[in-house]
Design a protein. Structure first.
Length: 146
């Protein structure tokens, strides 16, 4: 391959990468990805990655649970060597002004004893907003669905 051709290919690759970086993901798709990332973090028992998907002012089930409590639950599961399995149902995302509401079902199972009473199928409604370009959940409600 000649030097000229190599430079052309490299420039073409750089321009393609630039266009790809400039491509904006639609907000609805970004929220879907954030929901999936939170589910993956929970299944990996990765408290840090899960925390990154929650707003600092997160509130769960109308004040019953806050961000710290959820993250601490994952930390404890990790320390105990627990496994968590997350099976997501379809995610519906609806705009609410500059924010979004994502609704879905999730099935939780565990290979340990930390969460036995909490295992099962849940219906979740979660509220998302953009913070510095990242979508974070600032509120969620869930109910056991058998």
């Amino acid at each position: 391959m000649s030097l000229r051709r190599l430079l052309f290919v490299l420039c073409l690759g750089a321009v393609s990468a630039l266009f790809a970086a400039c491509h904006r993901v639609p907000a609805e798709e970004a929220v879907r990805r954030a929901v999936a990332e939170a589910a993956q973090a929970a299944e990996a028992v990765d408290a840090g990655a899960f925390r990154d998907r929650l707003g600092e002012d997160f509130t769960g089930n109308r004040g019953e649970v806050d961000r710290r409590q959820l993250v601490d639950l994952l930390r404890l599961a990790k320390l105990r060597g627990e496994t968590i399995h997350v099976l997501m149902g379809p995610v519906t995302v609806e705009p609410r002004g500059d924010r979004f509401v994502a609704t879905f079902t999730v099935t939780l199972t565990s290979g340990g004893r930390l969460l036995p009473s909490d295992i099962g199928v849940y219906r979740v409604e979660s509220a998302w907003r953009s913070e510095s370009g990242d979508w974070v959940c600032y509120a969620a409600t869930w109910s056991h669905r058998l």
